[in-house]
Design a protein around this ligand. Sequence first.
Ligand code: ADP
Ligand code: GN1
Ligand code: MG
Length: 373
Amino acid sequence: MEKNKKVQIERAAGQFEESGLFVDARPYGNGHINETYILTYEESGKKINTILQKINKKVFPKPEEVMENIANVTAHLKKKIAVNGGDPARETLNIIPTKDGKNYYLDDNGEYWREYVFVTNATSYDVVKDKNDFYQSAVSFGNFQCLLADFPAETLHETIPQFHDTRKRFADFRKAVEEDIAGRAAEVQEEIQFVLDRENVANYFSEILDKKELPLRVTHNDTKLNNIMIDNETGKGICVIDLDTVMPGLAVFDFGDSIRFGASTAAEDEKDLSKVSCSMELFECYVKGFLEGCNGRLTSKEVALMPMGAKVMTFECGMRFLTDYLQGDVYFKIHRKEHNLDRCRTQFALVADMERKWDQMTAVIRKYANEIG
Ligand code: ADP
Ligand code: GN1
Ligand code: MG
């Protein structure tokens, strides 16, 4: 790590209530948005870790509001977890306050930092290694929605306005193609055409929302498998993390975003597209877990639209990666040239595969809707 960065991180770490003697800080995890570090402290010969994050201000222009949401949502979750006999210190994010009692630290450069208790003895997976992990993540994300069903949604700030407004994302994409700021449009004509051919997919839920045919719920909005910690011993989904985008949203989008990431047979940035497909086995296992986790709360229309939620979330994400590529990689963190283009291609390969497997996907939904829904 570069020296200046190290100084910045250590200064930030020093502002929070300390868990012992500071040992070191290292970059951590595979998130695309925030800068995440694992801090190590030593206390009576024991090593203690915490998570320190610099909030991405370009993505979240009002970090105070993000932190207010997280503080309120986790306070609500802690009460519910305790009532249900769980361990609130481990089964939700726990904010470590600054020495002067705030839930973030604003440094001299105008950067916002926060610290969380490290969820120990648990793993955040980037690909599904064991089917059961995916099933457990489904139960946890479904249950997360249930636990927040009585959270006063009107008190939540919209941390990223129109985050899953796919119709608006489509308009932003079109603008990016027209402006072609990075001069890359000519080389990605095939991908651009893939999007333009599917304007109806982009508009699908916006039209339903215009007609108020689906309920707005308090949802997570970023339900990637690596935003959940799976307990190393019990194999259960223990803690839903990355709460920056908890806002009113659609249940089918929380379902769909998990499918996009976790039911793929390849990583989100796989270059070899022959490895990318939407596994029907994983799809089915997630459907089962999610419906169990939601515990009968979804309407029959929500259940019926789950495959569409998966397709729209995958399409939207591919379109966002392509937009970012066209704009010169200004939003998602990249680790190589064309990283966003590779990510976009896997998403479109998945959309195409879902289109081929549409009948199978809807048959799975019918099966579980009858059994559980
Ligand atoms: P981003 O918004 O950039 O995705 P996340 O909040 O998801 O950032 O954090 C990135 C990664 O850091 C996660 O995928 C996870 O591996 C790890 N992580 C985050 N919070 C915790 C925590 N409280 N305990 C353990 N690991 C964590
Ligand atoms: C980002 O923060 P992270 O890495 O969990 C993004 C999601 C995308 C995802 C694609 C705030 O998620 O919307 O679906 O990358 N988060 C934000 O991997 O834009
Ligand atoms: Mg994340």
